[in-house]
Structures are given as structure tokens and as C-alpha cells.
Design a protein around this ligand. Structure first.
Ligand code: ADP
Length: 149
């Protein structure tokens, strides 16, 4: 982007809110905690193309599956997703923010906890309402869409 735009983005992103940068729930690829890693599910995970996948239970994100945790798992064994989550401590990867949290606070949290994905939750019910990643924050700084391949 042109320098002026970049400068504006860099100066203003901290005050912007998660709600303007997040990927909303209806566009999030997530899996229920009780999922069985069968051929169909493994295919859907691959097809989603995402690195990090929120895992839900009763509308809340309880863990984050990393696609790389599935290397070597295979679908023939029909493993329970939960066994993979336990083996990789995936329950510790969940960090919540709210729709009204500022991107400055999100960025600080990402850096402090060394996380690329934060879970956006509804303030009262704590139910999942979206996700925000460092790429979403970067787009607000650049004021441009980053289009992946
Ligand atoms: P990835 O490369 O795994 O998609 P990035 O952090 O590069 O992850 O994010 C790229 C975009 O995809 C962002 O807009 C982010 O919100 C979105 N995204 C990341 N993970 C998911 C997911 N599991 N479901 C839907 N969108 C996602």
C-alpha cells in the first residue's frame, strides 16, 4: 500500500475494535469436541485449508486444534479428536476477547501469549461469536486485504 495509507493504519488500528476485523462465527470452520477423526472429517479439515481450528462444546470454544497435530494420525483408526487435543494440550491455546476489545489490546495479548488466533466471545454468555488472528490485525494496519493462495 501507499505510505500515507500505511501510516494512517499504523496510527489508528489500536483504537479499532475486534468486531470490525474478526471472522464472524458463520464463516468460522470449527469442530465439535466429540468429533471422530474419520475420513470425511479429515477431508473437511484439509479442504478448509486453515492452520488453526477452534473446537467447540455447548457453543463455547474449549480448545484450538492445529492442523499439524494431525500429521501421522490418519483416518483409518477413527481416533477421537479429544485424544489429539489432550496429547497436544490444545485446551491451553484458548484466549478470549470480546467484540468491543480494541485491536491494540488484542495485539498485545497475541504477543504476550505468543498466539496467532484469539477467540471472540459474547460478553455475558461467553459463547463463541468469531475469531481474530494476527493476519486480521495486520490487514487493519495495512488497510488492505491479504489474499492467500
Ligand atoms: P490460516 O492461514 O490458517 O487461514 P491466518 O491466521 O493466516 O490463518 O488467517 C487468514 C484468515 O482466515 C483470517 O481472516 C482469519 O480470521 C481466517 N481464519 C483463520 N482460521 C480460520 C478458521 N478456522 N475458520 C475460518 N476462518 C479462519
Amino acid at each position: 500500500p501507499e505510505d500515507g495509507k500505511l501510516l494512517t493504519g499504523a496510527l489508528s488500528f489500536k483504537e479499532e475494535l475486534v468486531e470490525g476485523a474478526m471472522t464472524p462465527l458463520d464463516a468460522v470452520f470449527s469442530l465439535p469436541e466429540e468429533t471422530i477423526l474419520d475420513e470425511d472429517t479429515m477431508g473437511r479439515i484439509l479442504k478448509s485449508g486453515h492452520t488453526r481450528i477452534p473446537v467447540t462444546s455447548e457453543g463455547k470454544a474449549v480448545a484450538i486444534l492445529y492442523a499439524k497435530d494431525l500429521v501421522g494420525v490418519g483416518f483409518e483408526r477413527n481416533l477421537a479428536l479429544k485424544s489429539v487435543l489432550d496429547a497436544f494440550d490444545a485446551y491451553k491455546r484458548v484466549y478470549n476477547v470480546y467484540e468491543k476489545t480494541s485491536l491494540g489490546d488484542c495485539f498485545a495479548l497475541c504477543k504476550r501469549e505468543r498466539r496467532h488466533l484469539l477467540v471472540v466471545v459474547e460478553k455475558i454468555s461467553k459463547s463463541l461469536c468469531g475469531i481474530v488472528t494476527t493476519e486480521d490485525i495486520l490487514e487493519e494496519i495495512l488497510q488492505d486485504e491479504i489474499v492467500g493462495d
